[in-house]
Design a protein around this ligand. Structure first.
Ligand SMILES: NC(=O)c1ccc[n+]([C@@H]2O[C@H](COP(=O)([O-])OP(=O)(O)OC[C@H]3O[C@@H](n4cnc5c(N)ncnc54)[C@H](O)[C@@H]3O)[C@@H](O)[C@H]2O)c1
Length: 306
Protein backbone atom coordinates (compact mmCIF):
# COMPACT_ATOMS: atom_id res chain seq x y z
CA UNK A 1 0.00 0.00 0.00
CA UNK A 2 1.36 3.44 -0.92
CA UNK A 3 2.22 5.13 2.39
CA UNK A 4 1.71 8.60 0.93
CA UNK A 5 -1.98 7.90 0.45
CA UNK A 6 -4.30 9.20 3.15
CA UNK A 7 -6.01 6.41 5.01
CA UNK A 8 -9.77 6.35 5.45
CA UNK A 9 -11.98 3.68 6.95
CA UNK A 10 -15.57 2.95 5.96
CA UNK A 11 -17.59 0.90 8.45
CA UNK A 12 -20.48 -0.79 6.69
CA UNK A 13 -18.53 -0.55 3.44
CA UNK A 14 -20.02 -3.81 2.12
CA UNK A 15 -23.49 -2.26 2.27
CA UNK A 16 -25.36 -0.04 -0.14
CA UNK A 17 -24.17 3.49 0.70
CA UNK A 18 -20.85 2.41 2.24
CA UNK A 19 -19.74 0.52 -0.88
CA UNK A 20 -20.64 3.50 -3.10
CA UNK A 21 -18.59 5.73 -0.76
CA UNK A 22 -15.64 3.31 -0.58
CA UNK A 23 -15.57 3.12 -4.35
CA UNK A 24 -15.35 6.91 -4.72
CA UNK A 25 -12.65 7.10 -2.02
CA UNK A 26 -10.55 4.52 -3.91
CA UNK A 27 -10.99 6.55 -7.10
CA UNK A 28 -9.96 9.72 -5.25
CA UNK A 29 -6.68 8.05 -4.25
CA UNK A 30 -7.29 7.23 -0.58
CA UNK A 31 -6.00 4.10 1.13
CA UNK A 32 -9.42 2.63 1.90
CA UNK A 33 -10.24 0.10 4.61
CA UNK A 34 -13.69 -1.44 4.83
CA UNK A 35 -14.98 -2.89 8.11
CA UNK A 36 -18.14 -4.98 7.82
CA UNK A 37 -19.50 -8.16 9.40
CA UNK A 38 -21.56 -8.96 6.28
CA UNK A 39 -24.77 -9.20 8.32
CA UNK A 40 -26.50 -7.11 5.67
CA UNK A 41 -23.79 -6.33 3.14
CA UNK A 42 -22.04 -8.49 0.60
CA UNK A 43 -18.34 -9.18 0.11
CA UNK A 44 -18.63 -8.50 -3.63
CA UNK A 45 -19.85 -4.95 -2.92
CA UNK A 46 -16.43 -4.03 -1.49
CA UNK A 47 -14.62 -2.22 -4.32
CA UNK A 48 -11.38 -3.53 -5.76
CA UNK A 49 -8.50 -1.62 -4.23
CA UNK A 50 -10.03 -1.46 -0.73
CA UNK A 51 -8.71 -3.59 2.16
CA UNK A 52 -11.55 -5.65 3.63
CA UNK A 53 -11.82 -6.52 7.34
CA UNK A 54 -14.65 -8.92 8.08
CA UNK A 55 -15.47 -8.10 11.70
CA UNK A 56 -18.05 -6.68 14.07
CA UNK A 57 -17.76 -3.00 14.96
CA UNK A 58 -18.24 -3.94 18.60
CA UNK A 59 -14.70 -5.37 18.65
CA UNK A 60 -13.15 -2.07 19.84
CA UNK A 61 -9.47 -3.17 20.18
CA UNK A 62 -9.42 -4.63 16.64
CA UNK A 63 -11.11 -1.46 15.32
CA UNK A 64 -8.54 0.77 17.06
CA UNK A 65 -5.75 -1.11 15.25
CA UNK A 66 -7.43 -0.56 11.89
CA UNK A 67 -8.08 3.10 12.72
CA UNK A 68 -4.39 3.73 13.55
CA UNK A 69 -3.08 6.52 11.27
CA UNK A 70 -6.49 6.95 9.65
CA UNK A 71 -7.46 10.48 8.73
CA UNK A 72 -11.17 9.86 8.31
CA UNK A 73 -13.58 7.28 9.66
CA UNK A 74 -16.92 7.15 7.86
CA UNK A 75 -19.27 5.26 10.16
CA UNK A 76 -22.10 3.66 8.21
CA UNK A 77 -22.34 0.17 9.74
CA UNK A 78 -25.82 -0.34 11.17
CA UNK A 79 -28.89 -2.52 11.11
CA UNK A 80 -30.86 0.10 9.23
CA UNK A 81 -34.47 -1.05 8.87
CA UNK A 82 -37.34 0.48 10.85
CA UNK A 83 -39.66 -2.58 10.85
CA UNK A 84 -36.78 -4.91 11.80
CA UNK A 85 -35.90 -2.64 14.74
CA UNK A 86 -39.50 -2.79 15.96
CA UNK A 87 -39.27 -6.59 15.98
CA UNK A 88 -35.70 -6.71 17.35
CA UNK A 89 -35.08 -3.64 19.55
CA UNK A 90 -32.19 -5.14 21.52
CA UNK A 91 -30.28 -6.68 18.61
CA UNK A 92 -30.54 -3.42 16.65
CA UNK A 93 -29.53 -1.41 19.73
CA UNK A 94 -26.37 -3.48 20.01
CA UNK A 95 -25.38 -2.78 16.40
CA UNK A 96 -26.59 0.81 16.21
CA UNK A 97 -25.86 2.23 19.67
CA UNK A 98 -23.18 -0.03 21.22
CA UNK A 99 -21.54 -0.30 17.79
CA UNK A 100 -21.40 3.48 17.37
CA UNK A 101 -19.97 3.89 20.87
CA UNK A 102 -17.31 1.31 20.00
CA UNK A 103 -16.42 3.16 16.77
CA UNK A 104 -16.12 6.46 18.65
CA UNK A 105 -14.00 4.92 21.44
CA UNK A 106 -11.64 3.35 18.89
CA UNK A 107 -11.47 6.59 16.88
CA UNK A 108 -10.62 8.53 20.04
CA UNK A 109 -7.85 6.07 20.94
CA UNK A 110 -6.47 6.18 17.41
CA UNK A 111 -6.77 10.01 17.33
CA UNK A 112 -8.40 10.09 13.91
CA UNK A 113 -8.91 13.54 12.38
CA UNK A 114 -12.65 13.23 11.90
CA UNK A 115 -15.54 10.79 12.23
CA UNK A 116 -18.40 11.29 9.78
CA UNK A 117 -21.48 9.57 11.20
CA UNK A 118 -24.38 8.42 9.05
CA UNK A 119 -27.39 9.65 11.00
CA UNK A 120 -30.99 9.40 9.87
CA UNK A 121 -34.03 11.57 9.22
CA UNK A 122 -35.93 8.96 11.24
CA UNK A 123 -34.76 10.92 14.31
CA UNK A 124 -37.49 13.45 13.47
CA UNK A 125 -40.41 11.00 13.63
CA UNK A 126 -43.74 12.78 13.23
CA UNK A 127 -43.48 16.57 13.31
CA UNK A 128 -46.27 19.12 13.03
CA UNK A 129 -44.60 21.19 10.34
CA UNK A 130 -42.53 20.64 7.22
CA UNK A 131 -39.83 20.98 6.04
CA UNK A 132 -37.78 19.23 8.72
CA UNK A 133 -35.12 21.47 10.19
CA UNK A 134 -32.20 20.46 12.35
CA UNK A 135 -33.33 22.71 15.22
CA UNK A 136 -36.62 20.80 15.64
CA UNK A 137 -36.65 18.51 18.67
CA UNK A 138 -36.05 14.88 17.77
CA UNK A 139 -39.11 12.68 18.21
CA UNK A 140 -38.24 9.21 16.96
CA UNK A 141 -41.11 6.73 16.66
CA UNK A 142 -39.13 3.52 16.20
CA UNK A 143 -36.20 1.85 17.98
CA UNK A 144 -34.15 2.48 14.83
CA UNK A 145 -34.92 6.23 14.84
CA UNK A 146 -34.04 6.47 18.53
CA UNK A 147 -30.85 4.45 18.11
CA UNK A 148 -29.60 6.57 15.23
CA UNK A 149 -30.36 9.70 17.27
CA UNK A 150 -28.49 8.32 20.30
CA UNK A 151 -25.55 7.82 17.94
CA UNK A 152 -25.65 11.55 17.17
CA UNK A 153 -25.68 12.39 20.86
CA UNK A 154 -22.67 10.15 21.41
CA UNK A 155 -20.85 11.90 18.55
CA UNK A 156 -21.51 15.26 20.14
CA UNK A 157 -20.42 13.97 23.55
CA UNK A 158 -17.16 12.57 22.17
CA UNK A 159 -16.42 15.92 20.55
CA UNK A 160 -17.19 17.84 23.73
CA UNK A 161 -15.62 15.52 26.30
CA UNK A 162 -12.71 13.97 24.39
CA UNK A 163 -12.13 16.50 21.62
CA UNK A 164 -12.78 13.92 18.90
CA UNK A 165 -13.88 15.75 15.73
CA UNK A 166 -17.27 14.39 14.61
CA UNK A 167 -20.02 15.42 12.22
CA UNK A 168 -23.45 13.84 11.77
CA UNK A 169 -25.28 13.65 8.45
CA UNK A 170 -29.01 12.96 8.61
CA UNK A 171 -29.86 11.18 5.38
CA UNK A 172 -33.34 11.16 3.93
CA UNK A 173 -34.45 8.01 2.01
CA UNK A 174 -31.39 7.11 0.01
CA UNK A 175 -31.78 5.29 -3.31
CA UNK A 176 -29.67 4.48 -6.34
CA UNK A 177 -27.58 1.71 -7.91
CA UNK A 178 -26.74 -1.06 -5.46
CA UNK A 179 -29.70 -0.55 -3.10
CA UNK A 180 -30.85 -3.89 -1.77
CA UNK A 181 -34.14 -5.21 -3.09
CA UNK A 182 -33.93 -8.31 -0.90
CA UNK A 183 -36.25 -9.29 1.92
CA UNK A 184 -39.26 -7.77 3.56
CA UNK A 185 -37.41 -4.60 4.54
CA UNK A 186 -36.26 -3.39 1.13
CA UNK A 187 -36.84 0.31 0.61
CA UNK A 188 -39.56 1.31 -1.76
CA UNK A 189 -37.78 2.22 -5.01
CA UNK A 190 -35.61 -0.94 -5.08
CA UNK A 191 -38.62 -3.03 -4.06
CA UNK A 192 -40.83 -1.65 -6.85
CA UNK A 193 -38.12 -2.18 -9.49
CA UNK A 194 -37.71 -5.80 -8.38
CA UNK A 195 -41.47 -6.36 -8.47
CA UNK A 196 -41.64 -4.92 -11.99
CA UNK A 197 -38.75 -7.14 -13.15
CA UNK A 198 -40.57 -10.16 -11.74
CA UNK A 199 -43.70 -9.09 -13.60
CA UNK A 200 -45.80 -8.58 -10.45
CA UNK A 201 -47.65 -5.48 -9.21
CA UNK A 202 -45.90 -2.86 -7.09
CA UNK A 203 -47.16 -3.25 -3.51
CA UNK A 204 -48.02 0.17 -2.06
CA UNK A 205 -48.48 0.30 1.73
CA UNK A 206 -51.67 2.12 2.74
CA UNK A 207 -53.14 4.61 0.29
CA UNK A 208 -49.73 5.61 -1.09
CA UNK A 209 -50.18 9.30 -0.31
CA UNK A 210 -47.33 9.19 2.22
CA UNK A 211 -44.37 11.19 0.95
CA UNK A 212 -40.61 10.78 1.24
CA UNK A 213 -37.69 12.99 0.39
CA UNK A 214 -35.71 10.65 -1.90
CA UNK A 215 -32.00 11.39 -2.04
CA UNK A 216 -29.64 9.89 -4.58
CA UNK A 217 -26.70 7.88 -3.27
CA UNK A 218 -24.19 9.89 -5.34
CA UNK A 219 -25.38 13.05 -3.58
CA UNK A 220 -25.00 11.30 -0.21
CA UNK A 221 -21.47 10.15 -1.04
CA UNK A 222 -20.52 13.70 -2.05
CA UNK A 223 -21.92 15.01 1.24
CA UNK A 224 -19.64 12.59 3.12
CA UNK A 225 -16.54 13.84 1.32
CA UNK A 226 -17.49 17.46 1.93
CA UNK A 227 -18.26 16.76 5.60
CA UNK A 228 -14.84 15.13 6.03
CA UNK A 229 -13.07 18.16 4.60
CA UNK A 230 -15.20 21.18 5.54
CA UNK A 231 -13.62 23.60 8.00
CA UNK A 232 -17.11 24.62 9.18
CA UNK A 233 -18.02 21.32 10.84
CA UNK A 234 -16.38 18.77 13.12
CA UNK A 235 -17.35 19.75 16.63
CA UNK A 236 -20.28 17.34 16.81
CA UNK A 237 -22.66 20.26 17.21
CA UNK A 238 -24.11 19.86 13.81
CA UNK A 239 -26.54 17.23 12.65
CA UNK A 240 -26.87 18.24 9.03
CA UNK A 241 -29.83 17.22 6.84
CA UNK A 242 -28.78 15.52 3.62
CA UNK A 243 -31.99 15.43 1.66
CA UNK A 244 -33.08 16.45 -1.80
CA UNK A 245 -35.44 19.08 -0.38
CA UNK A 246 -38.34 17.80 -2.51
CA UNK A 247 -40.69 15.00 -1.63
CA UNK A 248 -42.79 12.62 -3.68
CA UNK A 249 -45.62 10.28 -2.72
CA UNK A 250 -45.24 6.53 -2.97
CA UNK A 251 -47.96 6.71 -5.66
CA UNK A 252 -45.75 9.14 -7.62
CA UNK A 253 -42.78 6.75 -7.39
CA UNK A 254 -44.98 3.94 -8.72
CA UNK A 255 -46.13 6.21 -11.56
CA UNK A 256 -42.52 7.11 -12.50
CA UNK A 257 -41.57 3.43 -12.59
CA UNK A 258 -44.81 2.55 -14.38
CA UNK A 259 -46.95 -0.56 -14.05
CA UNK A 260 -49.78 -2.10 -12.03
CA UNK A 261 -50.15 -1.35 -8.31
CA UNK A 262 -51.62 -3.32 -5.42
CA UNK A 263 -52.36 -1.69 -2.04
CA UNK A 264 -51.37 -3.55 1.14
CA UNK A 265 -51.81 -2.80 4.87
CA UNK A 266 -50.31 0.47 6.11
CA UNK A 267 -47.51 0.39 8.70
CA UNK A 268 -46.36 2.58 11.53
CA UNK A 269 -44.29 5.29 9.86
CA UNK A 270 -44.22 9.07 9.55
CA UNK A 271 -46.64 10.23 6.87
CA UNK A 272 -44.21 12.70 5.33
CA UNK A 273 -40.58 13.63 5.22
CA UNK A 274 -39.10 16.69 3.58
CA UNK A 275 -35.66 18.10 4.29
CA UNK A 276 -34.76 21.69 4.78
CA UNK A 277 -31.27 21.37 3.33
CA UNK A 278 -30.12 24.97 3.80
CA UNK A 279 -27.68 24.06 6.61
CA UNK A 280 -25.89 21.61 4.29
CA UNK A 281 -25.61 24.38 1.72
CA UNK A 282 -24.28 26.78 4.34
CA UNK A 283 -21.80 24.48 6.12
CA UNK A 284 -20.79 22.02 3.42
CA UNK A 285 -21.53 23.89 0.18
CA UNK A 286 -23.63 20.83 -0.66
CA UNK A 287 -26.68 20.81 -2.87
CA UNK A 288 -28.42 17.81 -4.41
CA UNK A 289 -27.64 17.23 -8.07
CA UNK A 290 -29.71 14.19 -9.07
CA UNK A 291 -33.49 14.63 -9.44
CA UNK A 292 -35.89 11.77 -8.65
CA UNK A 293 -36.93 11.62 -12.30
CA UNK A 294 -33.31 11.27 -13.45
CA UNK A 295 -32.45 8.80 -10.71
CA UNK A 296 -35.41 6.52 -11.47
CA UNK A 297 -34.82 6.74 -15.23
CA UNK A 298 -31.21 5.64 -14.68
CA UNK A 299 -32.29 2.70 -12.50
CA UNK A 300 -34.88 1.60 -15.07
CA UNK A 301 -32.22 1.70 -17.75
CA UNK A 302 -29.80 -0.35 -15.61
CA UNK A 303 -32.58 -2.89 -15.03
CA UNK A 304 -33.58 -2.94 -18.73
CA UNK A 305 -37.11 -1.85 -17.89
CA UNK A 306 -39.04 0.05 -20.61
N1 LIG B 1 -30.50 3.85 3.08
C1 LIG B 1 -31.12 4.89 3.63
O1 LIG B 1 -32.14 5.38 3.11
C2 LIG B 1 -30.59 5.53 4.89
C3 LIG B 1 -31.27 6.65 5.41
C4 LIG B 1 -30.79 7.25 6.57
C5 LIG B 1 -29.64 6.76 7.17
N2 LIG B 1 -29.01 5.66 6.66
C6 LIG B 1 -27.82 5.16 7.35
O2 LIG B 1 -26.79 4.96 6.40
C7 LIG B 1 -25.99 3.85 6.79
C8 LIG B 1 -25.84 2.87 5.63
O3 LIG B 1 -27.12 2.39 5.25
P1 LIG B 1 -27.34 1.41 4.02
O4 LIG B 1 -28.65 1.72 3.43
O5 LIG B 1 -26.14 1.42 3.15
O6 LIG B 1 -27.48 0.00 4.77
P2 LIG B 1 -26.85 -1.41 4.45
O7 LIG B 1 -27.59 -2.42 5.29
O8 LIG B 1 -26.77 -1.65 2.99
O9 LIG B 1 -25.36 -1.27 5.02
C9 LIG B 1 -25.04 -1.39 6.39
C10 LIG B 1 -23.82 -2.29 6.50
O10 LIG B 1 -23.44 -2.39 7.88
C11 LIG B 1 -23.02 -3.72 8.12
N3 LIG B 1 -23.15 -4.01 9.55
C12 LIG B 1 -24.31 -4.09 10.27
N4 LIG B 1 -24.04 -4.34 11.55
C13 LIG B 1 -22.68 -4.43 11.65
C14 LIG B 1 -21.80 -4.69 12.73
N5 LIG B 1 -22.26 -4.91 13.98
N6 LIG B 1 -20.47 -4.73 12.48
C15 LIG B 1 -20.00 -4.51 11.23
N7 LIG B 1 -20.79 -4.25 10.17
C16 LIG B 1 -22.11 -4.22 10.38
C17 LIG B 1 -23.90 -4.59 7.24
O11 LIG B 1 -23.34 -5.86 6.95
C18 LIG B 1 -24.05 -3.71 6.00
O12 LIG B 1 -23.08 -4.04 5.02
C19 LIG B 1 -26.63 3.27 8.03
O13 LIG B 1 -25.95 3.77 9.17
C20 LIG B 1 -28.04 3.80 7.99
O14 LIG B 1 -28.59 3.92 9.29
C21 LIG B 1 -29.46 5.03 5.53
Amino acid sequence: MNSTKQKSVVTGGAGFIGSNLASVLVTEGYEVHVVDNLSGGKRENVPAGAVFHEMDINDTPALAEIFADARYVFHLAALPRVPYSIEHPQETNHANVDGTLSVLAAAKDAQVSRVVYSASSSAYGNQDTMPLREDMPAHPISPYGLQKYVGELYCRLFSEVYGLPTVCLRYFNVYGPGASAEGAYALVIAKFLKQRLEGGPMTVTGDGTQTRDYTHVRDVVRANLLAAQSAHVGKGEEAVNIGAGKNASVNKVAELIGGPVEHIAPRLEPHDTLADNSLAKQLLSWAPQVSLEEGIAELKKLANLP
